[in-house]
Design a protein around this ligand. Structure first.
Ligand SMILES: Cc1ncc(COP(=O)(O)O)c(C=O)c1O
Length: 394
């Protein structure tokens, strides 16, 4: 690790998150850890901790991700959340990766190529997102028949597009899920899953589901809206309550017992400091002109690492104080307006306990999901366990 930019993942926190989730929600049989996007930017080494703490299924979005995990974890079942290209079936089969079947035409094609009663499949139902899945009831029945005859139908699932906290869509999607599965003998399907992180926090268990897919919550982000005690917040709540009543939106819960903490930090280091005179420029394209004599520190991190180019103006944390990024974000470097307390070699926190991913996300008008997943796999990762570095991935 010669370049001093790295991600630090606190495995103790991750394990505490899983413990808290499962302790407060022991009602599921399958806790499916969503590890796509390189484990939401955290790197796949943390899979050890997930499994240790009770995650008993994983979900990936590419065969490559599945293969990477399979190298170190031979037993954990892995579900590929997207349809697989027919020429990759053999590899998936050898790697014991569970397939998602999301179209009848695809399934019919597949039967011409391969039949194998051991090949595990989950059928994806389209209940309203219109991304993947079968939405016609007859097609669902037909697909289930084909899979049960030729393969192993291990699961059926769908995906919520809203939180369902004050919207009707969630209820409608759930009803569609029930409708599509009406008349199917669910006792012959070992896994049924529909919920994601916020479903767990905000809704009671869906009776027919025995699995839950956990992403952002495991990584330490409870995205449920917090109670806002301000006048505006109360007004918003009154309006939401009226909507809930008017449209017969199902009651939600707010599980406040689950305690999760973000476990990813992103650090860099000051490698040079420039004295910039009033009127001089900083960075590319005249994006910043000094209004007075200032000190500009340079750190080796840029958009090639996944740092958003719109980060100009957002704060980083150095030696107990906040300093703004100025000038344009470069491919591999940023410039920070500092003071004389900052020296070459000082640590720069770009994401962490003082600069939350939530703050960065709101600065960029996006979500913590995007901020985390944007971090390039090429950034080295230090994994901390019991306050010591237990593994470095370079
Ligand atoms: C199909 C599917 N299930 C589950 C998840 C996990 O969602 P969350 O991170 O909100 O728990 C995702 C995330 O994108 C997803 O696409």
């Amino acid at each position: 690790m010669y370049r001093k930019t790295y991600i630090e993942v606190n495995l103790d926190r991750l394990e505490e998150n899983i413990e808290s989730i499962i302790k407060n929600h022991p009602e599921y049989q399958y806790y499916i850890g969503v590890v796509k996007g390189n484990c939401y930017g955290h790197g796949s080494y943390l899979v050890n901790s997930l499994i240790k703490k009770g995650v008993n299924y994983l979900a990936v979005s590419s065969l490559e991700e599945g293969i990477k995990i399979r190298k170190y974890h031979t037993d954990i079942p892995i579900l590929w959340l997207e349809p697989i290209s027919l020429d990759a079936i053999e590899i998936a089969r050898k790697q014991n990766i569970t397939l998602t079947i999301s179209s009848l035409a695809y399934l019919e094609n597949l039967t011409k190529q391969i039949k194998d009663k051991k090949l595990k499949m989950h059928l994806k139902l389209n209940t309203g997102m219109n991304r993947l899945g079968i939405k016609d009831k007859k097609d669902v029945q037909k697909a289930i028949g084909i899979i049960q005859k030729n393969y192993f139908l291990e699961g059926v699932y769908s995906h919520f597009i809203t939180t369902g906290i004050s919207d009707k869509k969630w209820d409608e999607q759930l009803q569609t899920f029930y409708d599509l599965l009406e008349g199917i003998d669910l006792t012959k399907i070992p896994m049924i899953h529909m919920g994601r992180s916020l479903t767990l926090v905000n809704h009671p268990k869906i009776d027919i589901c025995n699995g839950i897919r956990l992403g952002i919550l495991m990584y330490g982000f409870n995205q449920s809206p917090k109670k806002d005690p301000s006048f505006k917040g109360k007004l918003r709540q009154i309006k939401a309550n009226l909507r809930i009543k008017k449209y017969h939106i199902s009651k939600t819960t707010l599980d406040t017992n689950i305690k999760v903490t973000p476990c990813l930090s992103l650090y860099s280091e000051i490698m040079e400091i420039q004295n910039v005179k009033k009127g001089e420029n900083v960075g590319y394209g005249l994006s910043y002109e000094a209004k007075e004599d200032i000190l500009v520190a340079v750190a080796p991190i840029g958009y090639a690492d996944g740092l958003n180019r719109k980060s100009m103006g957002r704060n980083v944390f150095i030696n107990g104080s906040y300093y703004p990024i100025i000038g344009s974000v470069n491919m591999g470097m940023i410039q920070i307006k500092v003071d004389e307390n900052v020296k070459v070699g000082d640590k720069v926190e770009l994401i962490g306990d003082h600069v939350s991913a939530r703050y960065v996300a709101s600065y960029l008008h996006t979500t913590p999901y995007e901020v985390l997943c944007a971090l390039e796999d090429t950034i080295p990762k230090k994994y901390l366990y019991r306050n010591e570095v237990t593994y470095i991935e370079e």
